[in-house]
Design a protein around this ligand. Structure first.
Ligand SMILES: *Cc1c(COP(=O)(O)O)cnc(C)c1O
Length: 447
């Protein structure tokens, strides 16, 4: 209690966070991009290494997952403008913003339907490639379709993968590892959805359930793996390989902007809004974006009001040494993947000079936005994926002239939803009925 009072004295925003108000925090430590990248200790060569690896595995994906053939085995998602949704946001909020509103549809990423396909796949592929090299299995004259050979499957069958997850990371790690032939265990937190556990079990993945939250699931996974030298633990809180896999998104989206003749530079700044759980996904993507666009890109994280772990960790500087439970929050949210009470200290430290700000969103708002996006643009994303949607209103209303310029591009990173069963998506859609996004502000009558 005393600690809490001291914290509130130093950081008055914590009072509002503890009351579950929607807040916006601007990061006072934001620095020039090149300095921030240098401080991370990670380089363009590290991101290129991850990117090259994903290219090497593209023939394998095209072979094993036919839905990836249209993109030659690269796991990538559409980038599109959402003008109807922009109109809905302006009409319901009475906040005008002039720029273009775009969405990056990682909900439509092939194979695992969420942003976790970026980092999660990369880490598993790096591990598999390393084992193949160590066991002299890799034939250099052949492409990576050889990873579906029986000899590879037999090698991987004697190795294990473990991961702790609220759901989506488990799906992405589980699906790919099982296809490669690994023995996989996913440690799931209490909030993980039943359909995710069932889907994984149907693919031969071992799912262990905990009554506790995400941090506990990760801890148990880590403990199990430490006792077994043949078990690789995917460490969502600390993994560079996950982070670098996410970071490849930067060069990919730079290509998409170029293909669509959309310029990003100082006069045409890019504002990006990324839903944040433990931090690796949004942190890695933001890092890749900073590499691609430098100071022309402005990155924001979005968190549920019940789980603002990264905001709490970065603002106080305590990083992973503080949890949302310590300010009286319950870490209960309908936003799968964002129900994380304690952030990654690794990501918080890397993002310290690179992140522009963090804002929080109520679950109610997420469901309301989910329904509006479905109606306006026929895009179906899961609740967490909508956390980015309020971003443009925050930046436009903040009085920053660049954010409200007609030349600004506002990009909502839609992080998941592709694997949600129709019946569950319908429930989400129903929950969004009659949600007033901005009570009292609407200029148009509600639906
Ligand atoms: C995991 C996840 C996130 C956040 O990623 P972190 O690496 O946990 O911060 C956002 N949205 C969805 C749908 C996710 O599954």
């Amino acid at each position: 209690m005393q600690k809490m009072e001291g914290l509130i004295a130093d950081f008055p925003l914590i009072k509002k966070m503890a009351d579950k108000e929607e807040v916006l925090w601007m990061n006072p430590d934001l620095s020039a991009s090149d300095e921030g990248i240098r401080a991370s200790g990670m380089t363009a060569a590290d991101v290129k290494d991850a990117s090259d690896r994903l290219k090497r595995f593209a023939p394998f994906f095209a072979e094993v997952f036919p839905e990836t053939r249209t993109n030659n085995g690269l796991i990538e998602s559409p980038l599109t403008e959402i003008p109807n949704m922009k109109r809905v946001l302006i009409d319901t909020s009475s906040i005008d913003f002039q720029g273009t509103l775009l969405i990056k549809q990682d909900n439509a990423l092939p194979v695992s339907g969420s942003i976790k396909a970026r980092g999660g796949f990369h880490e598993i592929l790096k591990h598999a490639e390393g084992l193949a090299v160590d066991h002299d299995l890799l034939q250099e004259q052949r492409d990576y379709r050889q990873f579906s050979d029986q000899a590879f499957k037999e090698l991987f069958a004697s190795h294990k993968i473990a991961v702790g997850s609220t759901g989506n990371l488990g799906l992405s790690i589980g699906i790919l590892s099982a296809v490669l032939g690994f023995e996989v265990t996913v440690h799931m937190s209490a909030d993980a959805k039943r359909w995710k556990k069932e889907l994984l079990r149907s693919k031969g993945v071992t799912v262990i359930e905990y009554e506790d939250d995400y941090s506990k699931a990760v801890e148990e996974g880590r403990r199990e793996a430490e006792q077994d030298s043949k078990c690789h633990f995917v460490d969502d809180e600390n993994s560079r390989d996950l982070f670098l896999g996410y970071a490849v998104a930067g060069e990919r989206i730079a290509e998409q902007f170029a293909d669509q003749d959309i310029t990003i530079d100082a006069a045409h700044p890019l504002f990006v809004y990324l839903p944040c759980g433990v931090g690796g996904g949004p942190g890695g993507v933001a890092f890749g974006l900073k590499m691609a666009f430098g100071d022309a890109v402005h990155c924001y994280f979005a968190e549920p009001v019940s789980s603002p772990c990264m905001l709490l960790g970065m603002m106080t500087g305590l990083q992973e040494k503080i949890s949302v439970q310590e300010i009286g929050l319950d870490n209960k949210t309908a936003a799968d993947g964002l129900a994380v009470g304690r952030p990654s200290g690794f990501v918080g430290t890397v993002m310290k000079p690179l992140l522009e700000g963090i804002y929080t969103v109520k679950d109610r708002t997420l469901f309301g936005l989910l329904r509006k996006l479905a109606d306006a643009e026929s895009i179906y994303a899961e609740p967490s994926a909508l956390a980015g949607m309020m971003g443009a209103l925050h930046t436009a209303a903040s009085g920053m002239n660049v954010a409200n310029s007609a030349d600004a591009r506002h990009l909502v990173w839609s992080t998941g939803g592709g694997m949600v069963p129709d019946i569950v998506m319908n429930e989400y859609y129903e929950k969004g009925r009659n949600v007033e996004l901005f009570p009292g502000k609407s200029t148009k009558s509600a639906e």
